[in-house]
Design a protein around this ligand. Structure first.
Ligand code: COA
Length: 158
């Protein structure tokens, strides 16, 4: 990470790390689907400890779960001080990436082949995050439907 990535205190901007996570997640999704992809959502982005100027940042991205056209990709970010070799886990991100055709329309992606307990655990946790996200969306929608706008109660004017 260079000075252009950081603020005046020498910490790398969160947005810079988010962009790297987006790129890593998209590449992992492309390698799984072998299709073009778009980012639908950044479901979670955790900043555990800062990344500093001069550190080497490594991102590991993995497809955790696949639905129809969407995939959850988890990204782990580590920063290493190249002088000392000290390495820290700095960020975790979960993004929803959707495979699309040349017109930007969602298309089906191949199922995920999971071969170990670690993979099964990641998929279960991704299902929980998706269920929570969909439940939250439904709950907010019904709250919004329940609150009738004052404009809706006015009689129509010619
Ligand atoms: C993501 C996008 C393709 C979805 O298109 P859409 O017409 O809404 O399609 P659908 O409603 O059929 O949803 C397609 C899939 O995306 C998922 N999806 C759509 N919006 C989502 C959101 N906000 N969060 C998570 N998943 C989402 C759906 O759950 C569905 O998944 P599934 O096929 O696995 O069941 C479209 O909204 C889009 O192009 N967004 C802009 C993407 C972009 O510009 N990203 C930044 C640059 S890469």
């Amino acid at each position: 990470m260079g000075p252009q990535d950081a603020n005046l205190t020498g910490s790398v901007h969160g947005g810079v790390v988010m962009k790297l996570c987006d790129e890593a997640a998209s590449l992992a999704a492309i390698r799984h689907a072998r299709e073009r992809v778009v980012t639908a959502a950044c479901d979670r982005m955790t900043f555990l400890v800062p990344v500093f100027i001069g550190e080497l940042v490594t991102l590991s991205a993995r497809v955790n779960a696949v639905w129809h056209s969407s995939m959850e990709v988890g990204v782990r970010v580590e920063a290493e001080n190249p002088l000392t070799g000290e390495r820290r886990h700095t960020n975790t991100a979960y993004l929803t990436i959707v495979a699309v055709d040349e017109h930007g329309r969602p298309i089906a992606v191949p199922p995920l082949v999971i071969g170990d307990e670690e993979g099964s655990r990641r998929e279960r946790e991704a299902q929980i995050r998706r269920s929570n996200r969909l439940a939250e969306r439904e709950r907010i929608k019904s709250e919004q439907d329940a609150v009738q706008s004052p404009l809706d109660t006015q009689p129509a004017k010619d």
